[in-house]
Design a binder for this molecule. Sequence first.
Ligand SMILES: [Zn+2]
Length: 61
Amino acid sequence: MDAPADITGSADTTDTTDSAEGPYAECVLCRKPTEYPQTHKGVTLCPVCEWHEAQRTACSG
Ligand SMILES: [Zn+2]
């Protein structure tokens, strides 16, 4: 049970960028990376498809 010495990541400054970007879930429609993390539950849509969905919902009826 020995914790890693670089748990704070003081040496790895570039690693913070990776964690910030994170693995994004891909859009269920066009498979492009979305703004949601992969841990996001439910349907994930990229900004473009999200906009289209909003338009479609707005035009329903
Ligand atoms: Zn999309």
